[in-house]
Design a protein around this ligand. Sequence first.
Ligand code: 13P
Ligand code: SF4
Length: 315
Amino acid sequence: MGEDQSVRRDEKGALAERVTQLKRERGAVVLAHYYVPAETQRMADYVGDSFYLACLAKTLDAPTVVLCGVSFMAESVKLLSPARHVLMPEPAADCPMAHMVRREDVDRVRAEVPDLAVVAYVNTTAEVKRWADVCVTSSNAIKVVRKLPQENVLFIPDMNLGRYVAEQVPEKHVILNRGYCPTHNRIGLGEVEALEVAHPDALVLAHPECTREVLDEADFIGSTKQIIERIAAGEEREFIVLTVVGVAAEITRRTEGQDKRIFFPEPAPICPNMDMVTPEKLVACLENMSGEVALPEDPRRAVGPLERMLELAGR
Ligand code: 13P
Ligand code: SF4
């Protein structure tokens, strides 16, 4: 090992020790999404997908939760457990898709379409959740939409997840909105086909935020957690993974000692906002107890759809 590498390893070790010490002193629990940098995930007490993190928030009894992820995740934790301090190491980390829906479009569809449920992907601001009847995550959207009493559904903001849900639940009439995740929407069919040619025996796993033509290539479609679990449990040895490369850390951990290989499109899909949540920012956040998330105005209206999701998804 070169001198530079060992210095870097010492620095990382010192940061990890500092986080452990600060967590104890502050009575804080650290949650992380699979898309934040691997070093940040390693410092967290719990790592998971959006649904897991939202459910977990309700069960913890620590006075402070630090959420290593984007704003909508921290906001969901705050909405579901308002008495807790919820901190973000990087408050500017925001999901662009969370804003990709207009109030007037929702109001217009509500006025025009009878027997309608407005279904908001959890990747939305608290303000957008206030316009909805129920929230969903990528891991429970099909289950929740299937259980809705309404025949018509306006799915906001993600058109790709909305279209996928519409195909899986044909008994519902699903109206789409034009939002999308810039990172997943950018994964092109050409890159996927090149991977399939190079690794013909590989299982193809995709996040439902990918485009329809990319999802058509997939053998398995699921949330980040579902993708990781499918790989860990699978008999296959090669996997083409069509989501943000951050999931590689947990896949590697879960498949240690197994002869499994994972491949991502080139260039590797990165969520620039999740990527901003570095270990250094986590340390600073715990040191200063900074980046506190405030409860939005009229929180009950935004909590309702989240609670309804937990009810319908069986939590
Ligand atoms: P998951 O719910 O699968 O963790 O996805 C969150 C997300 O932001 C995907 O881009
Ligand atoms: Fe938002 Fe896409 Fe990043 Fe997920 S990967 S947080 S949907 S921008």
